[in-house]
Design a protein around this ligand. Structure first.
Ligand code: NI
Length: 175
């Protein structure tokens, strides 16, 4: 089932998500819907708050732009960056900000501890675009959006561009 994606400035995008403690069929079906929603929107990642659910679940699949090193779909529950190093600058977009993208600086290599939909503990070692994508999605679980990683000026300009493309969102922002 494809879920509606919340656009900025939906307040759900700035709230922290809760730890997932129950690993049941409902969670598995929600994770499947998240993946279906991400693929149908041609996204590389999606976090639960972007479909209005404040729980710590993200899906990522960067294979469309990283075919050399295929990982396929990865569903991460309660993900946490346990170590980070290096630096990468990548032009990031976000399904909650369609039409805009801006360069963001992040660590290039991360180790992420997470749980599977079955509740098993795993570790993901990611670098490059996969690392960027996982960090971007984990940010969403903390109510942080990629625009928050920009300078004040770049943030203002990016939002101005977004509101120009989406006047209905600009109206919501003014309320
Ligand atoms: Ni995003």
């Amino acid at each position: 089932m494809i879920l509606p994606i919340r656009l900025w400035p939906d307040p759900v995008l700035t709230k922290p998500s809760s730890t997932i403690e129950v690993f049941d069929d409902e969670l598995r079906s929600f994770a499947e819907n998240m993946a279906e929603t991400m693929y149908s929107a041609n996204g590389l990642g999606l976090a639960a708050p972007q479909v209005g659910e404040l729980r710590r679940l993200i899906v990522v699949d960067v294979d469309p732009i990283d075919q050399e090193n295929p990982h396929g779909l990865i569903t991460l529950i309660n993900p946490r960056v346990s170590s980070a190093k290096g630096q990468i600058i990548w032009e990031e977009g976000c399904l909650s900000f369609p039409g805009v993208a801006e360069k963001v600086k992040r660590p290039n290599q991360v180790v992420v501890e997470y749980q599977t939909v079955e509740g098993e503990r795993r570790e993901l070692r990611a670098e490059g675009i996969l690392s960027v994508c996982v960090q971007h999605e984990i940010d969403h679980l903390n109510g942080v959006n990629f625009i928050d990683r920009l300078s004040r000026l770049k943030r203002t300009l990016t939002l101005r561009e977004f509101y120009k493309l989406h006047p209905e969102q600009a109206k919501i922002a003014k309320k």
